[in-house]
Design a protein. Structure first.
Length: 158
């Protein structure tokens, strides 16, 4: 009976460590992306394409995830892409629920509404003040990039 109680305490403490580790890696990935955005705001380059920003939103956190997980091995680091996926799904439902009108994706179907809001293709939708890439696409790309970098740095245990 005593050993069963110790096993439950060990499982509980392991679960709480995993939860804290998951949140810490999410914060590290998003703070890396936020630093990239602040650097871009400080430099303020003219007419930078959104594709370049999306590429940088993946590669910079990818390098950070690789560096962080190279020195401090953590099995939870490669799983934070799930948070990005959930975040994107929540925002997609919110966007699909929004009404359309003049200057706000008038006569758009569901697919067009999402692509114009999150990727501004072929032009921005006008929904959420054209900030879809900033609130959804780029942070989710940063979480996926961080996960890939962390997975690449994860050493196999023998």
């Amino acid at each position: 009976m005593d050993s069963l109680l110790h096993e439950e305490e060990d499982a509980s403490s392991r679960l709480s460590r995993q939860a804290v580790s998951f949140v810490v890696h999410i914060l590290l990935a998003l703070s890396t992306w936020l630093l990239l955005m602040l650097l871009g705001y400080a430099v303020n380059p003219q007419s930078v394409s959104q594709l370049l920003i999306l590429t940088l939103s993946v590669t910079v956190p990818l390098a950070a995830g690789f560096a962080i997980n190279r020195f401090r091995q953590d099995d939870m680091a490669p799983t934070i892409w799930l948070f990005g996926l959930i975040w994107m799904l929540i925002l997609s439902l919110w966007i699909l629920d929004m009404p359309t009108g003049p200057n706000q994706c008038l006569q758009c179907g569901a697919t067009e509404k999402l692509t114009r809001t999150f990727f501004s293709l072929p032009s921005p939708s006008g929904l959420i003040d054209n900030d879809g890439p900033f609130f959804a696409t780029w942070p989710c790309a940063a979480l996926v990039g961080y996960s890939i970098g962390a997975k690449l740095a994860l050493r196999k245990r023998s």
